[in-house]
Design a protein. Structure first.
Length: 370
């Protein structure tokens, strides 16, 4: 009885200095990944991840690729302990790690594309400093929020739903003046826990069409290979199995809203959800969607060791259940099997067949009763 596993990679926003340090210290293959990444991008990732500042690590052109490096390192160790996902997804830039885990992109190619994307993003926001992002964890439906964004938007200023994260949780992106108006609306209607976010979370709207135009030629240079595991995409909320479909979905996610709540519907058949990367945000969203599922957060080596122990224990329990089911199936095929009952009289009656008695004996029993 194998467990169906869903693998989820976190996105930007919860990275922290020293993330993955224990993993790096203990695993030579992880050290090799750090060296490979440093050579590819001419960035000292050991210094960046373990000895920089939170401000430096939050920079778009550094934080994005550092998160991909950590997630790829963590996944390599999950694969080593035998984790074989049935479905994969990644939130926002986490989709690049999901593509590596699916086998469609090499780590080097994913680094290349994500680094180009981050550079274009950084340049865009330096030139457009009138944009902002707002987190709305409650108080709206998708329809009501879309209507409000449309009513606030003007010819020269726009605001959009950038991400639909949970049933009632959203990110909204657009002109800062309109973001402030939306905040005022929330205060007026007592919608609390509204929070401004860094623009590095992404606009995910037509505001960044120019970035897609710049990035598309670099995608065409990269060979997306056939997937070993299906990926559920941000932009469509459905799983893809072909390299062309995956490439298209990743590119369209940049200027299309993240449909995370819809995407999570794709994990309904999974017994276990494993959330990989810094932070616990995607695990918390998953728990809201599937409170009955086993959900694990993997951020460092200790998390992997604990998960291995849990999976090995469940494998033993599943084997015992399978063995018991096999015994019961064999017993069920034999009408003379012993019935598992403490009342042996009942067991005898159940096992008795009509042909066990001849006709005279039956008549004699009836006449005595009379």
């Amino acid at each position: 009885m194998g467990k169906t596993i869903g693998l989820i990679f976190s996105g930007y926003g919860q990275q922290s200095v020293t993330m993955g340090k224990t993993l790096y210290d203990k695993k030579r293959e992880v050290q090799d990944l750090f060296e490979q990444a440093s050579m590819c991008l001419d960035i000292n990732f050991v210094q960046l991840c373990f000895a920089s500042s939170s401000t430096e690590l939050a920079e778009i052109d550094k934080g994005y690729v550092a998160i991909l490096l950590l997630q790829t390192a963590l996944y390599s160790q999950l694969a080593e302990i035998g984790v074989r996902p049935d479905f994969i997804a990644g939130y926002g830039i986490g989709e690049f790690a999901a593509t590596v885990a699916s086998g469609s992109l090499s780590f080097a190619d994913a680094l290349y594309l994500l680094h180009k994307y981050s550079k274009f993003m950084k340049d865009f926001f330096e030139q457009n400093q009138n944009l902002g992002i707002l987190s709305l964890p409650r108080g709206f439906t998708k329809e009501s929020l879309q209507a409000l964004c449309q009513s606030l938007s003007k010819e020269d200023k726009k605001i959009f739903i950038a991400a639909h994260n949970t049933e009632s949780g959203f990110y909204v992106a657009g002109d800062k003046d309109l973001i402030e108006q939306l905040q005022d609306y929330c205060k007026m209607h007592e919608i609390r826990k509204v929070k401004e976010l860094p623009v590095a979370y992404g606009m995910h709207s037509s505001l960044v069409d120019s970035i897609v135009t710049l990035l598309a030629p670099y995608f065409y240079k990269i060979d997306f290979k056939p997937l070993r595991y299906p990926v559920i995409t941000n932009v469509d909320g459905v799983y893809v199995t072909s390299p062309d479909a995956l490439e298209s979905a990743i590119l369209r996610r940049i200027n299309g809203p993240i449909l995370w709540d819809e995407l999570m519907d794709g994990f309904i058949g999974c017994d276990i959800l494993i959330c990989v990367g810094p932070g616990k945000q995607v695990a918390e969203w998953a728990a809201l969607k599937y409170p009955e599922k086993a959900i694990y957060t993997i951020e460092d080596l200790q998390d992997i060791k604990l998960l291995k122990e849990i999976l090995e224990k469940e494998e033993i329990e599943d084997k015992n259940i399978d063995d018991l089911n096999n015994i019961l199936q064999v017993a069920d095929q034999d009408h003379s099997a012993v019935i598992l009952s403490q009342d042996l009289t009942i067991a005898d009656e159940i096992n008795e067949l009509s042909e066990d008695y001849d006709e005279d004996e039956s008549d004699e029993i009836i006449s005595r009763d009379e």
